[in-house]
Design a protein around this ligand. Structure first.
Ligand code: GUN
Length: 286
């Protein structure tokens, strides 16, 4: 059986076009557009590249985006004061601080300072809690993108045995919780899991967000398994995921490629979150 390839690039484009249409309509009706502010401390090349892409994609969708760059000499107090100022700025609808931050700044304090209804990353403890309680909150971009891909592929996870590999706060943990909410039976695996293969063999759906090359291979899974690969690893300059994509093409029923899978969905979800923050803060929704 040849797997259905879930094309994240195409789906991301459709979502970004939908966001663009909604933004244009709000602009025409209310003469306002969503504004995303990204705070970048230091000049980590990967971070510079991520924030540049976020700004570019916002602007392509008709939204306003500003990058505020600060030197690594900024103090925790100064960064907190900057966030508080942006929290109160009515012209700012979405706010994120690019991670990682320098060691002298408490990342958790910074995340907690961001107003929860401008927290487009969905990292604020109250937004994380909302996933667990089922309250309305902002869902982090990668988990949101994963769930959109699953739904868009016409997959109903009800009753499925799902294995989530990786327990980070921004990917594995919330993805597992969203799958529980969608009525899957979820197992979490991580670096201390004794027998990954045993769990993988029982799974109908595997989401790998571990950041380990070749972690999931064809011999570990059952026929017809659904594979969502959240891994982003670099091997000899090439981007690869966590799963043996080629090896699984004949065994899985659905699979996401890397690149062109979950990655593009993350940015599409960030734009959706920015638009939703704008709608809530401005009190408008079509
Ligand atoms: N660093 C790597 N990924 C992310 C992300 O999604 N959000 C933020 N704020 N920083 C990151």
């Amino acid at each position: 059986m040849a797997a259905n390839i879930i094309d994240g690039k195409k789906l991301s484009k459709d979502i970004r076009n939908n966001v663009k249409e909604r933004v244009a309509s709000y602009k025409e009706k209310y003469d306002k557009v969503p504004h995303l502010v990204v705070v970048l401390v230091g000049d980590n090349p990967a971070s510079v590249s991520y924030v540049t892409r976020k700004k570019r994609d916002c602007e392509r969708a008709g939204m306003k985006s500003t990058i505020i760059r600060k030197d690594t000499s900024i103090t925790e107090e100064e960064l907190v004061a900057l966030i508080e100022e942006l929290n109160d700025d009515k012209d700012v609808h979405g706010l994120l601080v690019q991670l990682p931050l320098p060691d002298h700044i408490d990342k958790n304090l910074v995340i907690r300072t961001i107003r929860k209804d401008k927290d487009v990353d969905g990292f604020h403890p109250l937004n994380i809690a909302a996933i667990h309680t089922g309250e309305k909150g902002i869902v982090p971009a990668t988990p949101k993108g994963v769930m959109t891909m699953i739904e868009n592929a016409g997959i109903d996870v009800t009753g499925m045995d799902a294995l989530v590999i990786g327990t980070s706060n921004i990917a594995g943990k919330p993805i597992g919780m969203l799958l529980v909410d969608a009525k899957a039976t979820v197992t979490y695996a991580h670096s201390k899991t004794r027998d990954l293969k045993k769990h993988a063999q029982e799974a109908d759906l595997i989401v790998s967000a571990a950041g380990v090359v070749n972690l999931v291979t064809a011999d570990m899974v059952k026929d017809g398994v659904i594979i969502i690969d959240v891994g982003i690893n670099r091997v000899e300059g090439k981007l690869v995921g966590d799963v043996d994509y080629e090896g699984l093409l004949d065994k899985a029923s659905h699979i996401t490629p890397v690149p062109g899978g979950v990655g593009p969905m993350t940015i599409a979800s960030l734009l959706e979150n920015t638009l939703e923050c704008f709608e809530d803060l401005e009190g408008i929704r079509e």
